[in-house]
Design a binder for this molecule. Sequence first.
Ligand code: PMP
Length: 362
Amino acid sequence: TAPRPFNFSAGPAALPEPVLRQVAEEMLDWHGSGMSVMEMSHRGKEFGTILAAAEADLRELLAVPPNYRVLFMQGGGLGENAIVPMNLSRGGKVDVVVTGSWSRKSAGEARRYADVQIAADIGKTGVIPREWALRDDAAYVHVCSNETIDGVEFQELPELTHGVPLVIDASSHLLSRPIDWRRVGLAFGGAQKNIGPAGLTLVFVREDLLGHALSICPSAFNYETVAANQSMFNTPPTFAIYVAGLVFQWVKGLEYAGRRGLAAVEQRNIDKAALLYAALDGSSFYENRVDPSCRSRMNVPFFLKNEALNDTFLAEARAAGLLQLKGHKSVGGMRASIYNAMPLEGVQALVGFLKDFEVRHG
Ligand code: PMP
């Protein structure tokens, strides 16, 4: 079969081709069960093995400590913007560090449940602020560890919170690199970037944070209830969990630069991002406006200095087999999302196209 185009969507995003092929092969009859995974009871033994394997593999890949629960939920990142404060804020104080559009949105939603203060704001500086005005009695501090729209990523999680739990919205870089659990009380993310189909939301929560949900919190979104029922309080997104499980297997087996598993994925992501930023920085035709200290390895927003060429750029890119490069509507320009499933060859093809387009239109 002909090679598929390279897909730079910010999410739902490209999945590893071997996973898609396996899903296709197993669609009508999963492992001799006579059923598609979509058609199985979530309480049957077949799905039980799928969920258990997915959780075990995810825990192994991210070295999740035993005192963290892994929850397979629904509601997405925006759902979590309400679910987190309903579970963790106790109606008290929440500090938010704004590094882009998603953390700003999280602050806005949390205001419905808690006393929210912006502890720092990146504004238009393109660099994550180092000084945070934190309150010692805040229930938690929220950051978005990778801003999908703005292309800003924490390369290291801060130690600044002095015992106040840190909540990270890791939606768009989950499983692209290790997580420093010493600094994290809760991490959440939708699956639709690095992990699988939309509809599955992953939550990692330290056990001591359970049990404080506001009474208005829906039972299906109460972490303690979900944890006590092994993510089976209600029907979990079974098919998405199955595909995520195959992606975890794929990550475990990935080899790159003498590494294997998450270390291979991370190194490949580092190399892909370096290649693309170098091409953008080396040209006066394109620009990325984020400080190099906090540029995202996953989402690379960039602009053509001559914005009149935007439509031509996108049309020619599409014709060259480079899909979904249009920037988010709130910032314009272009964005290349280069999640785990994007091979190095995809970024090489994009860089080649950037150079070629500049020669023809520069
Ligand atoms: N947070 C981040 C960092 C995101 O990238 C997104 C989605 N692009 C969201 C939250 C919202 O996620 P959802 O659409 O799954 O609610």
